[in-house]
Ligand binder design. Structure first.
Ligand SMILES: NC(=O)c1ccc[n+]([C@@H]2O[C@H](COP(=O)([O-])OP(=O)(O)OC[C@H]3O[C@@H](n4cnc5c(N)ncnc54)[C@H](OP(=O)(O)O)[C@@H]3O)[C@@H](O)[C@H]2O)c1
Length: 185
């Protein structure tokens, strides 16, 4: 029997069958992006992203989609935008976050995916945080200037369940792959 993950926030109730996770690489000052791009080039983190998101539905904001420029293969790509005209081949479009999560949930249920992956950017992370059960955060050990950030989350609501040190190449900052899980009420 399936168990529902009951969550709601100011954007409306969302009652998912499949847990919602978020995946991000974040600097010490919470910066995740600058001028529509990532502030760093960390191939090991890109590999980690690819591995963790494989065969899981992706939910992203229109600006994050624009920064990638094409759908990511072998995964449902759901793009959230207020623009009624927006359409791209290989992408499903939703006009609010609960609708995007609902679509991803249906797909994940049918495909037996373990979780829904919210993959940014800052605006979408902020709205999706109340729905999330797990956070995959690559904590990059630098402070950078930027215009997109990951929301501050209450550490008392989250438990660190895994931390693995990355292996930066020469000249790259150090980083850890960290997993947090929401502490049950
Ligand atoms: N470090 C990382 O792991 C990581 C991951 C992802 C992204 N990023 C970076 O983050 C930056 C992008 O983040 P961002 O915060 O600027 O943008 P974003 O969250 O990717 O996208 C924002 C857009 O999403 C749409 N949107 C947001 N809320 C909505 C709602 N409730 N209903 C309907 N549509 C909604 C709007 O699109 P319209 O304007 O089309 O209406 C809005 O302009 C880039 O620099 C990117 O490289 C970093």
């Amino acid at each position: 029997m399936s168990q529902r993950n009951d969550t709601s926030n100011q954007n409306g109730a969302f009652d998912s069958l499949v847990p919602v996770a978020m995946i991000v690489a974040m600097a010490k000052n919470r910066v995740i992006g600058v001028d529509g791009k990532l502030p760093w080039y960390l191939p090991e983190d890109l590999k980690f992203f690819k591995r963790i998101t494989q065969a899981k539905p992706l939910v992203m904001g229109r600006k994050t989609y624009a920064s990638i420029g094409k759908p990511l293969p072998n995964r449902l790509n759901v793009v959230v935008t207020r623009n009624a005209e927006f359409s791209h081949e290989g992408v499903r479009v939703c006009h609010d976050l609960p609708a995007a999560l609902e679509l991803a949930d249906q797909h994940a249920t049918i495909e037996a995916a373990e979780e829904i992956m919210v993959m940014g950017g800052g605006e979408i992370y902020r709205q999706a945080l109340p729905f999330a059960q797990r956070l995959y955060i690559t904590e990059v050990d630098i402070e950078v200037e930027g215009d997109a950030t990951f929301p501050d989350f209450d550490p008392s609501e989250w438990q660190e369940v895994q931390r693995v040190a990355g292996q930066p190449a020469e000249g790259q900052p150090s980083y850890d792959f960290v997993v947090y899980e929401r502490i049950a009420d």
